[in-house]
Ligand binder design. Structure first.
Ligand code: PMP
Length: 310
C-alpha cells in the first residue's frame, strides 16, 4: 500500500485514446466538468490480472454519461480493450481501475452544449479497502444526516462525480465520530446504502436489501443476489425502514472495492459476522478468482493462468 499522491506516480494512464506518462495526464483548470460536476466514473477491481465484470463497468460508464446528457467518444469494446492493455502494461495482478469521463473546456456557460468529452483510465495495485481485521470482524456504521436525493433532484442512477459530494460529507462526518463508514437513508427515509457500497440485512436467514430505485444497483449487489440464489438463500428487494435494523441478525455491504464487507455495528447496535455473510463472502471470493467467471480474456490472463498457484 502506497501513500504517494495520485498525480506523482510512475507508469502510464490512458487518456483520450493514447497512453501518456502518469504525471502528464492532466486537465485544464477551466474544464466544464470540474466547475459544474459534469463527470462520471467507474471503480473496477483487478483479480489475478483480470478485471472482474469489465464490460458491465464500461457499459455503466456509458449509461452514466447518457444520464448526464453527454456521450463517451469510445465504445464499450474500445474501453474494455484499453483497460485490458493498461492492466497488462502496468502488470497489475491485484488492483483497482478508475475510468473517468468529463466535459472539456470549449465553453464555461452552465449549458454543456458544445463541450468535448474526455476519458481517462488509470490503474494501480490496491488489494483491499479495509484492514484484514476489519474485513474479518466487520466495520462500524453511523446513520448520516445526509440522504440520497430524489430522482427529481439528481441523476440518481448515474455514477456521477457530483453525487459523491454527499458521500464525502457523510463519510468524513462518520469518521470524525469514530465510525468506519456512513449509512445513508434516501429522501423518503428508507434505508439506502453506504458511501461506496450497497446494503444487505440478514433477517431469519433471508437477505433483505433496499430496492435500488433511487441509487446505484451495484454490480457487486447484483452478483451477490445471483450467488444467494445459487446457495438457496431467499432475497427480498424492498423498501426497508431503518427501524428494521433492530431485527437484523447480520448486516453487510457490497461493492467492487468493499467486496462482501461485514458490518459489526450500526449506530452502536452490534451484529455478528454470521453464517450467511460468511458463505456469501466466500462464494464471492471464489467467483472472482474463477477464470471462467470472466468473459473475454485479458492480455495478461494466459500468463496468469500458467503461473497461478492459489
Ligand atoms: N453505491 C455507491 C455510492 C458506490 O460508490 C458503489 C461503488 N461503485 C456502490 C454502491 C456499489 O457498486 P458496485 O458494486 O458496482 O461497485
Amino acid at each position: 500500500m502506497t501513500s504517494l499522491p495520485f498525480d506523482d506516480r510512475d507508469g502510464d494512464i490512458w487518456l483520450d485514446g493514447v497512453f501518456v506518462p502518469w504525471r502528464e495526464a492532466r486537465l485544464h483548470v477551466l474544464s466544464h466538468g470540474l466547475h459544474y460536476g459534469g463527470g462520471v466514473f467507474e471503480g473496477e477491481r483487478v483479480y489475478d490480472g483480470r478485471v472482474f465484470e469489465l464490460t458491465a463497468h464500461s457499459r455503466r460508464l456509458h449509461s452514466s454519461a447518457r444520464e448526464l446528457g453527454f456521450r463517451i467518444p469510445f465504445d464499450v469494446a474500445e474501453l474494455d480493450g484499453a483497460t485490458r492493455e493498461l492492466v497488462s502494461r502496468l502488470r497489475i495482478r491485484d488492483g483497482y481501475v478508475r475510468p473517468v469521463a468529463w466535459r472539456g473546456s470549449e465553453q464555461l456557460g452552465v449549458s454543456g452544449a458544445g463541450t468535448s468529452v474526455h476519458v481517462a483510465i488509470a490503474a494501480w495495485e490496491w488489494p483491499h479497502v479495509f484492514s484484514a481485521a476489519a474485513r474479518n470482524q466487520g466495520i462500524t456504521l453511523a446513520t448520516s444526516r445526509w440522504r440520497r436525493p430524489s430522482p427529481d433532484t439528481a441523476p440518481v442512477h448515474a455514477k456521477a462525480s457530483s453525487l459523491y459530494n454527499i458521500c464525502t460529507l457523510a463519510r468524513d462526518a462518520a469518521a470524525a465520530d469514530g465510525y468506519d463508514d456512513a449509512l445513508l437513508l434516501d429522501f423518503r427515509g428508507h434505508l439506502a446504502e453506504a458511501t461506496g457500497a450497497n446494503l444487505f440485512l440478514v433477517i431469519d436467514g433471508a437477505l433483505h436489501t433496499p430496492l435500488a430505485d433511487v441509487f446505484l444497483s451495484g454490480i457487486t449487489r447484483q452478483t451477490v443476489i445471483a450467488l444467494a440464489a445459487e446457495l438457496g438463500i431467499a432475497v427480498h428487494e424492498r423498501h426497508i425502514d431503518p427501524a428494521e435494523l433492530a431485527h437484523a441478525d447480520e448486516v453487510f455491504l457490497t461493492g467492487t472495492a468493499y467486496e462482501v464487507q461485514p458490518v459489526r455495528a450500526v449506530d452502536g447496535k452490534p451484529y455478528e459476522v454470521g453464517a450467511v455473510t460468511q458463505s456469501l463472502a466466500e462464494a464471492y471470493t471464489r467467483l472472482v478468482h474463477t477464470p471462467a467467471a470472466y468473459g473475454a480474456k485479458s492480455p495478461t490472463s494466459a500468463a496468469v493462468d500458467e503461473s497461478n498457484t492459489s
